[in-house]
Structures are given as structure tokens and as C-alpha cells.
Design a binder for this molecule. Structure first.
Ligand SMILES: *Cc1c(COP(=O)(O)O)cnc(C)c1O
Length: 595
């Protein structure tokens, strides 16, 4: 069905032959541009960086997500650190071209019209990755249904299941209507798992799902790839059977039951995705092992995350590299050759990023920071396992170190989910700890509204990136990779990507593994006092660390390398063994992994 926008001047988009797009990537959130509120945190950033690398490297990809008209929220913090939120409203009809296509999705026992807006991610050579943002705010739809694509991670579980139905089933229907027949469908997290049922429906072509055979299920399995992103249980969506039947209807819900996709009596999006995927992976080597332990019936591989270098390198570094190693833009392997650039030039380039960050801090808070003082950064989605206040375990010791150093500055940022009262409490904890120990030698600031822009300035401007998650809950983490690209070493617990990225005293420092928090905090203080502070005082030594970060970690922890691994290991495996052996892992293999 054709469809026209309500904009007086419909925005047009270049024609793309979708029949040639072999990979369909599905994600509930994607950071597409700094001005669109279509992401919440790391998952959406990773999705956006993946697409930016796909565009740069000419991958035959097409993408499905939701429009999120009222977005993920803007964070406000009062003087005590109490968080309140406001919607970030945007209007796709005046911003983006229409996909020119509308589909009708049967859900909740009625018809829901779904249209889409097209956002083009354009690569260095002009290659376009079209992203279709599904939208149910269509005239004629039930009023409740019109609001279903408004809030990212908003509403209750029923609202969430409706959104996941639109993403998975609606997404497959839209691609089909647009003439796209992907060979591979990639579920970026379990939110998109219902695409498997959509593919099954398309395959049956009108034959009822109750007649689907195991061979049909296997055909879908051969088409699907699934990436799981967190070992935290709350990150795996589960729905009651009543909701499953109410939203999906009897035919689909029964098929999900019959194909053995329920888990503990619930519809579990992770298990649905596992059941129908030929390739499953975690997002760092350690996370692959942890996930293998969580899902022993399935083979779980690992592809370590990365970041899109041109998105996260500060402007001054981009200019330096464009001059010295212009090849980095199409091939990130060339970061290795920063060893041909003088450490002093790297240091001077970082100093510009630090100045820019401090100007932003001044403008936002009125506080003037000292560019000569060691500055730590800690910015993440606020969740208990990230342990934002481990650094304050012994405020006296921290103050002592700051005194001895001649000054220490610590910048915090991060949003708590609006419904997460415990998380909001953690922000207030940082505020009150800061209020107690701020002195002329120790400055602690919490910056409002952590987002793409602030993330870029922080990772490109501080001196050390701090990360203190509770093991083994950090699946990967990517902010430390952004820091590394900008010559910023990490001080981090050995979890997620840091197990692979830490070369002690070369790319950063590990907070050694231990069982109790007091000891862990002390080990953190020891590293700060005895390893980091003396090196920071040695300008040449520190500049060399900066260069190692870019040469060693920038070369590897980028999405160009990551996407290459998805293409050759997951999408189009070169070795037949991957597809042939992945169904069920032998106990023997499991035992080796966890011995
Ligand atoms: C990079 C980024 C994240 C993810 O970083 P983690 O290290 O996984 O916490 C979250 N939010 C924003 C705004 C980011 O830029």
C-alpha cells in the first residue's frame, strides 16, 4: 500500500535495491544521530556503531528498529542528585523520508497498521545502510496502539511485548513488503526474537502455523543469528503465557509452546532466539563463556565488541591521524602505525580534548577544573552491578591520595531507568559522598544527562577511565574502548573487554580480583597511589601509555574488526563446521570451559 507523509514537502531518499540486501539487522534501540532519542545506552550505541562500520565497509545490510517518538528520556538532577525525567519528543514526519510502505499486523486480536521512516547511515564511500523505524502512530489505529512506538523501554510488560511484536513480526512483514528477502537475520539482543515466528509465517505462506514441521523450524534456524548482551537476569525479557496469548494470538502462541521455546513456564525471548538460531554469541570472550554456562544446551561463541573509530575519536585526533595515517578511515588496522607519531604529539592532541571537556564542565556547572590535575572519568548506565561508589569506600584514603598527588578530579555521569528507584538512590549516594569529601584538592562532579555528546567529550578528555563492575556482570563495556582510542588508559576490574584489553602499566591497570569490597577498594587506591600517580607525574612515560592505548587497543576494539568477524564467523561462515555442529553442546565441551 502506498502512503504519503503529512509533511507539506515529503522528504525523499535515494533508491536502494533492497533485493540485494542479504543481512537484516534487528535492534530495539539504535544510536543513529546525536539529535535522535532512539537509544538508551551501550546496546544502542553498539548497534549504531555496527551500522556505521557496515556503511563504511559496504556491507549488504538493511535494518529494523522502532521510531520511539517520545524517546528515551532527558535526565534532570537536583542539588541532592535526585533524578527526574522528561520526554524527548521528535517528529519523524518532518525529519525523515517515509519508507513508502505500510503493513497490517495482526496482534492483540486486531489489526494494527504499521508504517516506517527511513534513516540512512552513509559510509565513507557513500554506501547506504537504510534503517526502517517502525511507527504505529497511524490514523485509523486504536488510540492505545498509536502510542506503542513512543517510549523506548517504557510502560509495563504488556506494552513491552507489544513493542517486541511490532519489532520482530512487523519488521519481517515490512521487509517482505519492500521486496527484501534477507539470507541472514541478526537479532541484536532477545527483544527481536519474534522475527523467527515472522519468518516461519512467511515461509508457510498462508499455511497455518500449527502445520509447521521441524524441517520448517530448521530452515528458519539456518537463517538466524543471535547476540546475547548481558548475564544480568533482568536483561532477559520474560512474559507470562496470558500476555503471550493475548498479544500474539492463539496460533502463534501455540507454535511457540509446541516448538519448545518456553522456559520455566514463561515466554522467554532469549530462549526463543536460542531455539531458532544457527549461530549464537556473547560480546567478549569471557561473556561467551559466562553465557555458555547460562545456556548449556546451546553452543555460544564470542565476538568481542568494538566502537566506530570515526564516531569516537575526538576532532583533534582525527586531524592528527588524517595527516599522519589517513588510511585509518577505511581500515582501522592502521592505528598500529601511531607508533610512528611522537608521544609528545599524542599528548598535545589529548590536551585539546581535555580543554574542551573542561570548557563544557565550566559551562554546565560553573566549576573551573585544572587541566594539569589527574582527572578520572566514570560514566555508565546506573545499575547496581556497576558499583559507581566503590571509589568512595574509604573517603579518607581517597582524600589522602588527592592531597599527596597535589589534586585529583573525578567526573561522573549516568542515567538510571525511570522506574529504577534503587538506581536513582545510587546517584544520590555519589552526590552525598562528593558533598562530604570535596576539598580544595579533591573535586568530584556528577554531570547531568549522560548521552552520546557527553560520552564523546568524557572519553576523549579525562586522563583515566575508571570501571568497577561486579564480576562477571559486565558483558563487554565499550566506553573504555572509546577512551583507549583517544589515548586514555583504563583502571578497571578484570571483567568484560578489559580481560582482553589490559596490558598492565602499558594500556592501563587492573583492579585485582578479590571477594570482598573493602579489599577491592584498597587495591584500587593502591593502584591509583603507587602505579598511576607516579607515572602521571612522568610526562614522557604517560604519553607513551597514551600511544600504546591507541596502537594496541584502538587497532582491535573497533567495529570494523568486529563486523568483519560477524561476516566471516556468523553471517557467512567460511567453515561448514560452525553451522553443522552448533545445535547442542556436548557435556564434555561444557566441562572444559568451566573447569
Ligand atoms: C558508550 C556508551 C555507553 C556504553 O558504555 P559502557 O562502557 O558499556 O557502560 C552507554 N551510554 C553512552 C551514552 C555511551 O556513549
Amino acid at each position: 500500500m502506498s502512503f504519503s507523509t503529512s509533511s507539506p514537502h515529503p522528504i525523499s531518499a535515494p533508491a536502494i535495491d533492497l533485493a540485494e540486501r542479504k543481512i537484516a539487522y534487528f535492534s530495539m534501540e539504535i544510536a543513529l544521530s546525536k539529535s535522535l532519542p532512539t537509544y538508551s545506552g551501550g546496546l544502542g550505541m553498539l548497534a549504531g556503531d555496527t551500522l556505521r562500520s557496515a556503511a563504511d565497509t559496504g556491507a549488504p545490510m538493511v535494518v529494523i528498529s522502532l521510531v520511539h517518538r517520545r524517546g528515551y528520556f532527558q535526565q534532570h538532577l537536583d542539588a541532592a542528585g535526585q533524578q527526574t525525567e522528561s520526554d524527548v519528543v521528535w517528529f519523524p514526519e518532518t525529519t525523515l523520508p517515509s519508507a513508502g510502505q505500510e503493513i497490517v499486523l495482526i496482534m492483540q486480536n486486531r489489526e494494527v497498521k504499521v508504517r516506517a521512516w527511513r534513516f540512512d547511515v552513509v559510509g565513507v564511500t557513500g554506501h547506504i545502510i537504510p534503517v526502517f523505524l517502525l511507527d504505529t502512530d497511524v490514523e485509523g489505529n486504536d488510540l492505545w496502539d498509536r502510542r506503542l512506538t513512543d517510549h523506548l523501554y517504557g510502560g509495563d510488560t504488556y506494552y513491552r511485548l507489544c513493542q517486541e511484536t511490532i519489532l520482530g513480526l512487523g519488521g519481517v512483514q515490512l521487509l517482505h513488503a519492500l521486496g527484501c528477502q534477507p539470507e541472514v537475520c541478526h537479532m541484536n539482543e532477545g527483544h527481536a526474537a519474534l522475527l523467527t515466528i515472522g519468518l516461519l509465517e512467511e515461509r508457510l505462506n498462508g499455511v497455518p502455523l500449527r502445520d509447521a514441521t521441524e524441517a520448517d523450524a530448521e530452515a528458519i534456524r539456518q537463517q538466524c543469528v543471535f547476540t546475547t548482551h548481558t548475564p544480568v537476569p533482568a536483561g532477559h525479557d520474560k512474559f507470562g503465557l496470558d500476555q503471550m496469548f493475548a498479544v500474539l494470538g492463539h496460533e502463534r502462541a501455540s507454535a511457540i509452546e509446541r516448538f519448545g521455546c518456553l522456559h520455566d513456564g514463561l515466554m522467554n525471548m532469549t530462549y526463543l532466539a536460542l531455539r531458532f538460531s544457527r549461530y549464537v554469541n556473547g560480546v567478549a570472550m569471557q561473556h561467551g563463556k559466562v553465557s555458555q554456562h547460562m545456556f548449556p544446551g546451546y553452543k555460544v561463541h564470542a565476538i568481542t565488541n568494538g566502537v566506530h573509530a570515526a564516531t569516537w575519536l575526538s576532532q583533534p585526533f582525527q586531524q592528527l591521524l588524517d595527516k599522519e595515517v589517513p588510511e585509518w578511515r577505511h581500515d582501522n588496522q592502521y592505528f598500529r602505525s601511531v607508533y610512528g607519531i611522537a608521544p609528545s604529539a599524542i599528548d598535545a592532541t589529548h590536551a585539546i580534548g581535555k580543554q574542551r571537556l573542561f570548557a563544557t564542565v565550566k559551562q554546565r556547572t560553573g566549576v573551573e577544573l585544572d587541566p594539569n590535575v589527574l582527572t578520572l572519568g566514570f560514566a555508565r548506565r546506573v545499575a547496581t552491578y556497576k558499583r559507581a561508589s566503590l571509589l568512595f569506600h574509604s573517603p579518607e584514603r581517597l582524600a589522602e591520595i588527592a592531597e599527596k598527588l597535589g589534586g585529583l578530579q573525578i567526573l561522573y555521569a549516568g542515567k538510571a531507568h525511570p522506574a529504577d528507584n534503587a538506581g536513582k538512590g545510587l546517584i544520590r549516594d555519589v552526590f552525598s559522598a562528593a558533598a562530604r569529601i570535596n576539598s580544595s584538592k579533591l573535586r568530584i562532579l556528577y554531570l547531568e544527562n549522560y548521552d552520546w555528546d557527553l560520552g564523546e567529550q568524557l572519553t576523549g578528555g579525562v586522563d583515566v577511565w575508571l570501571n568497577t563492575p561486579l564480576r562477571p556482570y559486565e558483558a563487554s563495556g565499550t566506553s573504555g574502548m572509546k577512551a583507549a582510542l583517544n589515548g586514555v588508559p583504563s583502571l578497571s576490574v578484570l571483567d568484560g573487554w578489559w580481560i582482553e584489553g589490559c596490558a598492565e602499566s602499558i594500556t592501563g591497570w587492573a583492579i585485582p580480583d578479590c571477594d570482598d569490597e573493602a579489599t577491592e577498594a584498597n587495591l584500587l587506591y593502591d593502584k591509583l597511589e603507587n602505579s598511576i600517580a607516579p607515572l602521571y607525574a612522568n610526562k614522557t612515560g604517560w604519553a607513551e601509555v597514551r600511544r600504546h592505548c591507541i596502537a594496541i587497543n584502538g587497532t582491535f576494539f573497533n567495529t570494523h574488526r568486529m563486523l568483519g568477524q560477524y561476516v566471516s564467523n556468523a553471517y557467512f561462515p567460511q567453515s561448514a563446521s560452525v553451522a553443522a555442529t552448533d545445535q547442542v553442546v556436548e557435556d564434555e565441551v561444557r566441562e572444559t570451559v568451566f573447569a
